[in-house]
Design a protein around this ligand. Structure first.
Ligand SMILES: *Cc1c(COP(=O)(O)O)cnc(C)c1O
Length: 423
């Protein structure tokens, strides 16, 4: 089984003439088709809205594409809020789903009239202090504890995660907020990450809908929206079956009609905060083979490193690799594909079967469109790459330039040393 890159060998040859490797390349057509499919899958819900998780791919040019499909921004930091504001997403277009939140970030989110989603019950007071009074519309993040299972498969371990309020706390939080004048309430939960099954959202929705009915009946609050957050995954491995967003949308609709509608809550809006699902498959890291090494193992050294894509080093995550121009050759060579960091975990692939790689070959590392560039850092003084958009017309457009040494040294610009180092 194989994964096909969204860019052809010939096109990529053209693109690397203009933009030196490594860089992240994004597929406008794919992003648009997927955003449209998501919108259609939830069209049955009148208030439906996707808040794109900005942290996944914080590029204003890419988020602007999603904005055309009605998407808002899910932010969890000051700079993510600033970025959203800069592209005109304010008010109900912002969901501020943060945790361990500094007070001034609550104040900033409120100044943009964004919806604040509280991670903890102690944050009620923090928001009051930061903002003066509670906004009329507020949301709380729920953590049911325990283990989250689909049938017999353990999906994740909420009881072990730092996020959200316990069941008791969310009831208490809603009572307090109601007493303090909050009029519209939302519920949010994120219980499993990168789920490659159509059952995650419907099961999560069932839990949240049941909770919403209890909150409405026992606390007497108006639930305006239920936020299923992120967690719908993508098939990183070529043998994985992708999620079908239409099936997922229908699954959520079914439990909506079974639980919310009979409770007189057929006006509740469904929100999502997808990141990976919106962008993951529509980005790739383009890199070039620049070294080969034959010691106890066979190594291919490329010009990208974990600074450009951290997931393999951080989680041992699988990212499929295509050696461009050799798509039809047999994968009869076993390699470790490495970057140049002084860290032995700086490997994009370990014991990977690939066609014979020659120096100068272009490698496409798949599915880097979310949590790829954005997780980057500057270890070993390595610089972050450019981001390039392959437009629907087949043009390559720069949407973020590569870092230069000047960017790396910018935090020394208040010292004389700064000028010397750039000479
Ligand atoms: C990371 C995150 C998301 C997006 O998660 P994906 O796995 O990319 O879909 C959504 N909401 C919150 C609060 C997050 O932290």
């Amino acid at each position: 089984m194989n994964k096909k890159p969204f860019v052809t060998y010939d096109k990529l040859q053209e693109i690397v003439k203009e933009f030196p490797t490594p860089f992240h390349l994004y597929d406008e057509k794919g992003i648009r088709e997927n955003a449209k499919a998501l919108k259609e899958a939830f069209a049955w819900n009148k208030g439906y809205k996707e808040y794109f998780a900005v942290k996944a791919t914080p590029n204003p040019f890419l988020i602007q594409i999603l904005r055309e499909y009605g998407c808002g921004c899910d932010c969890s930091s000051m700079t993510e809020l600033m970025l959203s504001k800069a592209i005109g997403a304010t008010g109900d277009d912002i969901m501020f789903s943060s945790n361990d939140t500094p007070e001034q970030e609550f104040a900033y989110a409120a100044s943009l009239n964004g919806i604040i989603n509280l991670d903890d019950i102690t944050h009620i007071e923090k928001v009051e202090k930061a903002v003066g009074k509670l906004p009329k519309k507020m949301s709380c993040r729920y953590n049911p504890g325990g283990i989250f299972k689909i049938s017999n498969d353990i999906m994740d371990n909420p009881g072990d995660s730092k996020y959200g309020m316990t069941t008791e706390q969310i009831f208490e939080a809603f009572r307090i907020m109601k007493a303090k004048g909050v009029e519209e309430f939302g519920i949010h939960a994120f219980l499993a990450s990168n789920t490659v099954t159509n059952d995650y959202y419907p099961l999560l929705a069932q839990k949240l809908f049941e909770l919403a009915v209890r909150l409405k009946e026992e606390v007497g609050v108006h639930i305006g929206f239920i936020n299923l957050s992120g967690g719908v995954g993508i098939p990183y491995r070529p043998d994985q079956e992708p999620n079908d967003i239409r099936v997922i949308g229908k699954g959520v609709e079914k439990v909506y009609n079974e639980i919310l509608v009979p409770a007189g809550m057929g006006d509740v809006a469904i929100y999502t905060e997808l990141g990976r699902f919106m962008m993951g498959p529509y980005g790739c890291l383009v890199t070039k083979a620049i070294n080969e090494k034959h010691t106890y193992k066979e190594y291919i050294g490329v010009d990208a490193c974990a600074v450009n894509l951290m997931r393999p080093a951080m989680y041992g995550a699988y990212h499929h690799i295509t050696v461009m121009g050799k798509e039809n050759q047999p994968c009869d060579h076993m390699y470790d594909v490495t970057g140049s960091l002084c860290e032995n975990n700086d490997k994009f692939a370990i014991d990977r079967m690939l066609p014979k790689v020659d120096m100068g070959d272009l490698l496409v590392i798949h599915d880097t469109g979310a949590h790829g560039f954005s997780m980057g850092y500057n270890y070993n003084g390595k610089l972050k790459s450019a981001e390039v958009l392959l437009t629907e017309d087949g043009e390559a457009k720069l949407i973020r330039r590569a870092e230069t040494p000047k960017d790396y040294f910018a935090t020394f610009d208040c010292f004389d040393f700064y000028k010397k180092v750039l000479e």
